[in-house]
Design a protein around this ligand. Structure first.
Ligand code: G6P
Length: 484
């Protein structure tokens, strides 16, 4: 092992800040990722000796990880960041990631099971759970090797729920925090999980010094699960909010850090030439004198894209005055296509958009403009021109689209927002809030949003932007570090 015990700060996440494709001639092309963690980590600067541990996700990543051996990736590929990419056996990774992380833990926290028929916890599930343990142990081993005495380790998300406890076993000197980027399930739903798994996940996170969440609601649900499943004792503040969990003689503090939008980056990036170009072509596609209802999502079951389309169809049905005068610009970018339910959902979205276009479209007007090819510059262009943004998830840890739109919007944008998104806690006052299951109410909110006066829209957008940027990624990251 080439770099033992040198890192004072470590981050661990399934998806890392860089991904590789393996070209036919055997060369590797690196592509750097964005997102809150990447910009958050930049706050501590390149001299901090921080190390980021992540999993190799595809063939290109695995090749890069193999070439690096136990060393960090080539810093030229990572913007100078020290990245340890773990080469986990493909079958173990697939069972842990597609099986447990995405089909079980994600489903539980987003309440996505069709409970009369799913889930089925069978022998295959037991194998996947064993793989999840192996995959978490690989992270714990790598972090234990790299951390200096009393280093701070920030473990991210449901993929790595077992790491805090596993790491504490290996290195009791470390200060370990876990951050959940998802919602947390309420206890009655969480207890769908087999007892040992339900307890194992909680015990894993409670192995750390601190467990943090995007909103108080999710932190509270986690505490409730600790009581219901483990019989743990909850420490509460004067307002009744859970602040710590006491279990088996240890105390794990709870924290809340509502990740905000990165205003500086967004404002600068959204004014670049490639975004201008896309703005021009989106405007041409929408047509003059028409309003736009924009949504930007991964094609993800929890995002509720189908009900969003149904609500738009209902709007056209009940308010014929909007026909020919509005376009629903729906960006639904492919996600987790290894899973059949995601492929089916993608197909349903496509079919429904086609149906609406066949039903209401005219020679000069296509009611739904569905785009499925991921294009960040085009998303920013849509944020700039949107009259209405539709963010209606069934459940969402935060939802950064709701926070990014008001920052980038040029003339103000009315936000139709699900009360089940974490962002509701900060944006609820100035959004038009909907129950995401209620298609009728969502259609009415779309109508109200389209009718909102320019002045009111601009005022609300200004307040939304201020709330959305209260804790930008760098401050969010530093807050977690300091709290440990
Ligand atoms: C969303 C969630 C994160 C999660 C990520 C994983 O962004 O908010 O909590 O870590 O999805 O997505 P992936 O594409 O890596 O499965």
């Amino acid at each position: 092992m080439a770099v033992p015990r040198t890192a004072p700060i470590l981050v661990a996440s399934n998806r890392g800040p860089v991904s590789y494709t393996l070209d036919e001639d055997g060369s590797l092309t690196a592509r750097r990722g964005g997102g809150g963690l990447v910009s958050g980590l930049s706050a501590i600067g390149p001299d901090a000796n921080a190390v980021w541990a992540c999993a190799a996700l595809g063939e290109g990543d695995r090749e890069a990880a193999r070439r690096a051996g136990d060393n960090h990736l080539n810093p030229g590929d990572t913007g100078g960041q020290q990245v340890r990419m773990l080469d986990i056996a493909p079958d173990v990774f697939a069972a842990a990631y597609n099986g447990i992380a995405n089909s079980v833990l994600w489903f539980v926290h987003h309440l996505l099971y069709q409970t009369p028929v799913e889930p089925v916890f069978d022998a295959e599930f037991a194998d996947q759970w064993a793989a999840y343990e192996t995959y978490n142990a690989a992270f714990a081993d790598a972090l234990a090797e790299e951390a200096v005495d009393e280093a701070v380790v920030l473990v991210q998300d449901y993929h790595l729920a077992l790491v805090p406890a596993m790491l504490r076993e290996r290195r009791p000197d470390l200060r370990i925090g876990h951050f959940s980027h998802t919602p947390w399930a309420p206890p009655d739903y969480y207890r769908l999980l087999p007892d040992d798994v339900a307890a194992g996940v909680l015990r894993g996170i409670l192995g750390g010094d601190r467990a943090a969440f995007l909103t108080e609601r999710w932190a509270g649900a986690f505490a409730d699960c600790c009581t219901a499943v483990l019989g743990a004792e909850i420490v509460r503040d004067g307002d009744g909010a859970a602040t710590a969990v006491r279990f088996e003689g240890r105390e794990t503090r709870l924290g809340v850090h509502g990740l905000g939008a990165d205003a500086d980056f967004l404002r600068q990036r959204s004014r670049q030439a490639d975004v201008d170009e896309r703005l021009t072509s989106l405007r041409a596609q929408i047509g003059p004198d028409r309003k736009s209802i924009v949504r930007v999502d991964r094609t993800e079951l929890s995002k509720n894209i189908v009900r969003g389309l149904l609500a738009y169809r209902r709007l056209l049905e009940t308010h014929p005055e909007w026909r020919e005068r509005v376009v629903h610009v729906a960006f639904a970018y492919p996600s987790r296509q290894d899973l059949a339910v995601y492929r089916d959902y993608t197909e349903r979205v496509r079919r429904l958009a086609d149906e609406i276009n066949a039903e209401y479209g005219t020679a000069g007007w296509t009611p739904v403009a569905l785009h499925v090819k991921d294009d960040f510059a085009r998303s920013l262009a849509a944020y700039r021109l949107a009259d209405v943004a539709l963010v209606n998830p069934i459940r969402d840890g935060m939802n950064l689209v709701a926070k990014e739109v008001p920052v980038v919007s040029e003339r103000g944008c009315a936000l139709v927002l699900s009360r089940e998104a974490g962002a509701y806690a900060e944006l609820g006052d100035d959004a038009l809030v909907v129950n995401p299951y209620d298609v009728e109410a969502t259609a009415r909110a779309l109508d109200e949003a389209l009718r909102m006066s320019d002045g009111e829209r601009a005022d609300r957008t200004k307040r939304l932007a201020a709330a959305a940027t209260a804790l930008p990624p760098q401050a969010w990251f530093l807050a977690q570090l300091r709290a440990l």
